[in-house]
Design a protein around this ligand. Structure first.
Ligand SMILES: C[S@@+](CC[C@H](N)C(=O)[O-])C[C@H]1O[C@@H](n2cnc3c(N)ncnc32)[C@H](O)[C@@H]1O
Length: 252
């Protein structure tokens, strides 16, 4: 199989996709400012150098996606030396690592994104203390980690019903109790908990109604610590990875 990687001018990914997708029977994967195309059923179009493409590289890769994933270093992600986050097709963890298995789906948070990993790192550093709410749960990786660490009850919410279904299924497959429900956090109050993980867009943070019982908020999904203001809260830790920020907040 042939793989073609297009590096795209920052901000031009959508335009390049619009121009190329009608001619790509197998679609394309977006990884930041890069588009990855695989030639499976038809030759790729000769002219991929549409406006916005900065350079094009080609390589031969295995036909089997599992093998490609392994060669790409995507066969599971170790987080903070304690969690092994993987898909069901990836190898199991080394002894001593907590295994979190997330089915490949359209939901966000199958492990590759730096915000998911930074949030997991913060969760690992907390003493499991009662209720935990995963706000903008995506595929449920943060909820599952919290439940495995001993937080209870764990609630997960997302405004996208496919994400909620995916979080439910993943929690069940990981053998943990997570109550996942559809909820739009710009309009409805979150399920109260002592610890919130809120990996979600800045506009949703700005609308978030934080109940009095909440003691810790893990904030991510933002590009700069100043993208959001939590009045009455202080930052006790701030991480930055690949242009994304995660913060640990406690009451001031
Ligand atoms: C960056 S993803 C985080 C997913 C997961 N928590 C993780 O860390 O991997 C952000 C999630 O927030 C959800 N979201 C966005 N706007 C929302 C809203 N208004 N109410 C609830 N969830 C929302 C998205 O559907 C998406 O699943």
């Amino acid at each position: 199989m042939r793989r073609v990687t297009l590096r795209v001018r920052p901000g031009a990914v959508e335009d390049v996709l619009d121009a190329l997708l009608p001619r790509l029977p197998d679609g394309a994967h977006v990884r930041g400012d890069t588009l990855v195309l695989h030639a499976r059923t038809a030759p790729l179009p000769d002219d991929l150098a549409v406006d916005g493409v900065v350079d094009i590289t080609e390589s031969d890769v295995p036909d089997d996606w599992r093998e490609r994933r392994r060669l790409d270093g995507l066969g599971g992600v170790e987080v903070a030396g304690r969690i092994w986050l993987r898909s069901p097709d990836d190898p199991p963890p080394a002894p001593g690592l907590m295994d979190i298995v997330i089915e490949r789906s359209a939901a966000f948070g199958t492990g590759a994104h730096p915000t998911t990993r930074m949030c997991l790192g913060f969760i690992l550093g907390l003493e499991p203390r009662g209720a935990f709410s995963d706000l903008g749960c995506g595929a449920g990786a943060l909820s599952i980690a919290a439940a495995k660490l001993g937080f209870a009850p764990v609630q997960a919410v997302d405004y996208d019903e496919h994400s909620v279904e995916s979080a439910r299924a993943n929690a069940r497959d990981n053998g943990v109790a997570v109550d996942a429900n559809v909820l739009d956090l710009t309009r409805q109050a979150p399920p109260p908990a002592r610890v919130f993980a809120a990996n979600m867009p800045a506009r949703v943070h700005r609308a978030l109604q934080v109940p009095d019982v909440t003691e810790v908020i893990i904030v991510s999904g933002i590009r700069s610590p100043d993208d959001v203001t939590y009045e009455g809260w202080r930052r006790t830790d701030v991480l930055e990875r690949d242009g994304w920020v995660a913060m640990l907040l406690e009451r001031a």
